[in-house]
Design a protein around this ligand. Sequence first.
Ligand code: SF4
Length: 405
Amino acid sequence: MKVCLIKASAESEFKKYKKYMGAPPQNIFSVAACTPSDVHIEMVDETMDMKVNFETNAEIIGIFMSTPDAIRAYELAFEFRKRDKIVVLGGLHPTFNKEEAIQYGDVVIVGEAEGIWEELLEDYKRGTLKTIYERETPVDMSVLKSYPTNIIDKSVYKGVWSVLVSRGCNNRCAFCAVHPFFGNIRYRPVEAIVEEIKNSGASIVELHSDNLTSDREYAKKLFKALIPLKIKWVGETTILLAEDDELLKLAAESGLTYLLVGIETPSNDALKNVGKGFVSRERVKEYIKKFHQYGIAVDSAMLFGFDEHDETIFHEVLKFVDEIELDVCHSVIAIPFPGTKLFETMEKDGRLITRDWSKYDGRHTVYKHPKMSPIEIEKGVKYFEEKTYTLRRYLKYLKVLPKFI
Ligand code: SF4
C-alpha cells in the first residue's frame, strides 16, 4: 500500500511567514512517523514549493491544513477524488470544521493523528473505512517515533531540521488554537529528543514546541543534554524565559540563537483581555536586552486589530519595536481561527464578516472592529510595514540572520 501525505499551502502571506522559518511541518511528518513500515510514503510540503503529483500511484491521499490553506486543500481533495483516490483530511482546520471538511474528503481526522491513523489504514485494508476518526485521549508523548529523514530531502528545508519537543500549552490565549487542539502541555522524554537530533545529523534544529520553557525544570534538563551536541537551535516560548538566568544561560550554552516569542502588542489592556497578561509592555525591553547579551536574536509577530486598538496603534507599534530593539518583526492582522475563543466570541456576537478561509491569512480583516473599518486596519498595517522595512532595519536584519545560519 502507498499513501501520499500533503501539507497544503495556498499562495499567501501566511505561506511566506511559514516558509520563512522553513522547517519540517509537524502535521505530515508526525503522520509519516507513525505510518507502519510496510506502507510506502510519498510526501509533499507545498509551503516549501514542492509540487503535488496528481498522477501518484498512492491509494490514500492525506491532506493536512491550517485555516488559510483550507480552500487550497479542498481543491486538491477535489482533484484526487476525481481520480478515485481515498482522500483523508486532517490538521487544525478539519478538526474544528469537521462537517465542512467531510464534504470535501472521504475521511476526516479530528485532533492528533497517532493511533487513529494506523487504525484508519487497517480499516482501509479491510474495506471498513469510517468517515471520522477521533482520539479519545491525548497521545502519549513517550511513544512517538522520529520524523523520517529519507522521504523529503533535507535540502528542501535549507539544512534546518525539526524535532518535536512538546505539544500543547497551559495558557489559553483567546486567539490561539494550541490549547483547543492539543490541551495542556505534554513533553517528549529528553533522551528521545537527543537521540533524534543525533540521528538526523542536523546542525541547525528547530526544537518544536509552542511553549518550550513552560516547565522550567524539564527545559533545564533538555538544554543540559543538548550542550554536548554542539548544535544551533531555534525555539518558541514566552518571553518569560528571560526571567530565569540559569535557564537562559543553559539555553544559550546549548545553542539557542533565534527565539520566537509572542509579544503581540504594546497594549497591556489588549494582552490582559486575550489572556496574555503575563507579557507586560514595561518589562519587554529589559527581557530582550538579556537575550541580546547572550547573542540570541528575538522574533515576534505584532498583532493588529485587537478591540482595544484604534488608528494610533500603527505608529505606537512602530515606536515600540524600535524602543524594545526587536530583531525581527512580522505584522499580522489578528486572525480569529476556528476553534479559538476569539472565533467563538466573534461568531456569537455576529462580528465575522466572511468565512472565505483564504482571507484568514493575517493580511485581511475578517471581522468587524469597534473603532476601525477593515480597510483602515489593512492600510494601517501596510503603513507599518513601509516604515518598518527601511534600509536601516534591513541592515539590522542582515546582521541578525548570520548568527542563526
Ligand atoms: S499564544 Fe503561546 S502562550 Fe498563548 S496559548 Fe498559544 S502557545 Fe500558549
